[in-house]
Design a binder for this molecule. Structure first.
Ligand SMILES: Nc1ncnc2c1ncn2[C@@H]1O[C@H](COP(=O)(O)OP(=O)(O)OP(=O)(O)O)[C@@H](O)[C@H]1O
Length: 771
């Protein structure tokens, strides 16, 4: 193929090779030219787009292109088939295919070139030229075909290289790289082993956690014990050096430190006598701030353990209280070092404890409290007061609490507090001598292991000059206290030095109760309030229950009374009814008896009359006139008159009525008060009647007695209730026998008229009633 032909072809053909290997989204979809790209087992087979403008190709070239497409498809097919097979086989296949691909690539290249060459040869030159001209006018951008072919060749080469690399990679992949059933089993074993280990680890970690907590509390306890053994009030004495002026004035020191006697000092008095003082630690003039803090820090650690701590400096003006507590930027004092230490320890414990630090600063001057951080918070001045908080702690409500995160911030706060302190007076030194400066550090801690919360305070106090303070009250509180007694060695300050040392010795002798660990009091207070409320509610409930119980008892008693009253009413009503019945019966029977007797009497009288008339007739004869028949008059209840012979007394025969008498009889062995055994209701003895009667007291009857009738009580009533004593015990209806003498007499002895009896009546009161 000559250059011209190639040039012509380059103008007529547009043959673009596009590499899609960077496109991760490419997949097995074939494009318009049928060149597939494959993604298999993370091996990206690059997709080749061969875009040839077919309008410039004849049928042969077109066939060639088809061949190329087919070949490409074959390559894709090989790769696809390789993908479908086992990787091991695929690996081998890949190696075999490598050569095939190479051959095919060469074949494709040759075929294209050959076909293009043939095509060029067979094409009419003039036609090609025409087309070339057309192409030039249509598309100036078309690349020469040779370049394209070369490019394609390069691509094929680079693909080969890539393929070779991939093959090597595939070779590296052995069957062991793929999970077989054994691998799965091993994995399962591993996973179960892992699970067991996890559980074991969890158990062990729980155990360790528990042990850790125990150890922590033990450490705290022991630490606290050590502090307590040292004394909850510890007194350190610090003597400042003689200053330049004093040295210049030739002043000498009155304080002696005996190196053999640690923690002791001697004061040479004006009379040359020596006074010895002993403290928990004695700092000499040459001891620096660091040495002071080494002794101070153990007590500071207690704050993080949840204990309240108070460190204060006491002493004459100019003895170094402020120097010890605040210090200078070069020689920082206890305040700064304490906070530094708190941050350090809280950071060390950060994995087990969450700590928040807050700082407040106040000044007590002329018995007024001034918030020294108020200037920072742009808040108006408030009247602050010390109040007794929950659990007896001293609180200052409304005091600014600044959260601090680091020592730099603390230093800034301390400086601004000191500035605020100085603002109040034109003479800062004068003010500092008269006022107390208090720095409060609040530590809020929360254990990340058991969630226990603590809230403790560290008070760092720089007191006013001791000579200005009338009296200091050290109260039996629950915090660990450290006092710095500051002294001057100067002879001129001897008096004040002795005063301070004496006071400090007394303070050291104070027996302080054991410090208590401070829980977060806000929660505690809340719970305490709730507990108190619950207690109060319990009490109220108990009271209510008691009153309900007593009301129930009263109600039951009243119900009982009511029931017994109802019972009594019923009994009395029954008794009354029975009595009425009995009385009615008695009267009826008595009347019936009287009527029978009167009837018999009438009959007898009629007989007697007949006898008498016959007797009269007999008597009419002279021999019989010696006897005078008497006249008898007798009045019966039925209105019949029985005339008795004079001078006999006429008596009206009436059925006698007898009222029932109710008596109260005590139950045998009964303590129930009755009219008989109750002196208030004792019955009067009716001597005339020979019976007992009583004064009726309805109330007593209802309350105490049982109503009983005497003999006259009805049998039914008696049988119903044993209250009716004296009634016939076996009385049955109809078998009852009257006891009324008249009735008995009338029943038993029928009145039979006899003149013989009339004779006996002359001298006595005549009666038809049996004696
Ligand atoms: N141990 C010391 N070493 C070096 N200098 C000291 C020491 N103690 C105190 N001073 C210095 O003595 C001076 C007075 O100290 P400072 O102001 O702390 O006394 P103070 O007791 O706080 O007085 P005031 O009661 O008036 O506030 C300061 O200049 C301070 O630097």
């Amino acid at each position: 193929m000559d250059d011209q032909t190639l040039e012509t072809l380059s103008h007529n053909c547009n043959y673009i090779v596009t590499d899609h290997s960077d496109d991760p989204s490419s997949n097995c979809e074939a494009d318009s030219c049928g060149a597939p790209s494959l993604l298999y087992n993370s091996v990206l087979v690059p997709k080749i787009d061969v875009n040839i403008d077919t309008k410039f190709l004849d049928s042969t070239s077109y066939q060639t292109l088809e061949t190329v497409t087919r070949v490409t498809e074959q390559i894709g097919g090989y790769i696809a088939s390789m993908a479908e097979r086992d990787v091991l086989d695929g690996n081998q296949e890949m190696c075999n295919n490598e050569e095939q691909i190479e051959d095919l690539g060469n074949k494709v290249q040759d075929t294209i070139l050959e076909q293009i060459g043939e095509n060029t040869a067979s094409t009419d030159e003039s036609d090609v030229l025409d087309r070339n001209q057309e192409m030039c006018s249509d598309d100036e951008q078309t690349l020469p075909i040779l370049e394209k072919v070369e490019e394609l060749g390069n691509k094929v080469q680079s693909l080969k290289k890539e393929h070779a690399v991939l093959c090597n990679e595939v070779k590296g992949i052995t069957s062991d790289s793929f999970p077989g059933s054994e691998v799965f089993r091993a994995l399962e074993n591993l996973s179960s082993e892992h699970e067991n280990l996890k559980n074991k680890y969890h158990e062990e970690s729980e155990l360790l956690k528990k042990k850790y907590l125990e150890e922590c509390s033990e450490r705290k306890r022991l630490y606290n014990e050590v502090i307590e053994l040292k004394g909850n009030i510890r007194v350190f004495c610090r003597c400042r050096p003689l200053n330049q002026d004093e040295i210049a004035n030739g002043s000498s020191s009155v304080v002696d430190f005996d190196s053999s006697q640690e923690n002791e000092l001697q004061i040479t008095c004006s009379d040359s006598s020596k006074k010895q003082f002993k403290f928990d630690h004695v700092f000499r003039p040459e001891d620096n701030q660091e040495a002071v803090f080494v002794q101070t820090s153990p007590i500071v650690t207690s704050v993080l353990d949840g204990y309240n701590v108070c460190i204060f400096a006491y002493g004459q003006t100019g003895t170094g209280k402020t120097f010890t507590m605040e210090g200078t930027p070069e020689n920082r004092g206890v305040n700064y070092r304490t906070l530094e230490d708190l941050f350090r320890i809280s950071n060390e414990r950060s994995s087990v404890m969450k700590c928040e630090l807050f700082v407040s600063m106040l000044e007590v001057y002329n018995e007024k409290i001034r918030d020294l951080l108020i200037e920072n918070s742009n808040q108006p001045a408030k009247k602050l007061e010390i109040k007794q908080g929950a659990e007896g702690t001293q609180e200052v409500p409304g005091l600014v609490e600044a959260r601090v995160y680091g020592t730099n911030e603390v230093w800034e706060l301390l400086k601004s507090g000191s500035r605020a302190r100085a603002v109040g007076s034109t003479n800062a030194n004068e003010l500092s001598s008269r006022s107390h400066c208090l720095l409060r550090v609040t530590v809020k801690g929360e254990s990340l292991i058991n969630g226990q919360r603590t809230r403790s305070h560290l008070w760092l106090v720089d007191l006013a000059g001791s000579e200005r303070v009338g009296r200091i009250e050290v109260e039996g509180g629950d915090c660990k206290t450290l006092m710095f007694v500051q002294i001057s060695p100067n002879t001129t300050d001897l008096g004040e030095t002795l005063c301070s040392l004496n006071f400090a010795s007394r303070v050291r002798g104070i027996e302080h109760g054991p410090a208590r660990k401070q829980a977060d009091l806000t929660d505690l207070f809340k719970y305490k309030q709730m507990a108190e409320k619950a207690k109060h509610d319990d009490k109220e409930m108990k009271k209510l229950q008691d009153s309900i119980q007593s009301l129930q008892l009263r109600l039951a008693a009243r119900e009982h009374i009511c029931r017994s009253l109802q019972e009594k009413v019923r009994d009395l009503e029954n008794q009354l009814a029975e009595e009425r019945k009995t009385r009615l019966k008695q009267e009826t029977r008595a009347l019936a008896a009287v009527s029978v007797q009167s009837h018999q009497a009438q009959k007898a009288i009629a007989e007697k009359k007949a006898t008498i008339s016959s007797f009269k007739n007999e008597a009419a004869s002279p021999k019989n006139h010696q006897f005078l028949a008497p006249t008898i008059s007798f009045t019966a209840s039925q209105g019949q008159d029985f005339r008795l012979p004079p001078p006999a007394t006429t008596q009206v025969l009436q059925p006698k009525r007898r009222a029932s008498i109710a008596t109260f009889r005590p139950e045998p062995n009964s303590n129930v008060p009755t009219p008989l055994n109750n002196s208030n209701a004792r019955p009067r003895t009716d001597r005339v009647l020979g019976r007992q009667s009583f004064v009726w007291d309805p109330q007593r009857v209802w309350r105490t007695s049982r109503v009983e009738t005497t003999v006259e009580a009805t049998p039914t009533a008696a049988s119903r209730s044993r209250k009716f004593m004296g009634s016939p015990p076996t009385a049955q209806p109809g078998s009852w026998k009257p006891k009324h003498p008249t009735v008995i007499a009338l029943q038993r002895k029928p009145l039979i008229w006899s003149p013989l009896k009339l004779r006996g009546m002359k001298s006595s009161r005549r009666s038809l009633l049996p004696s």
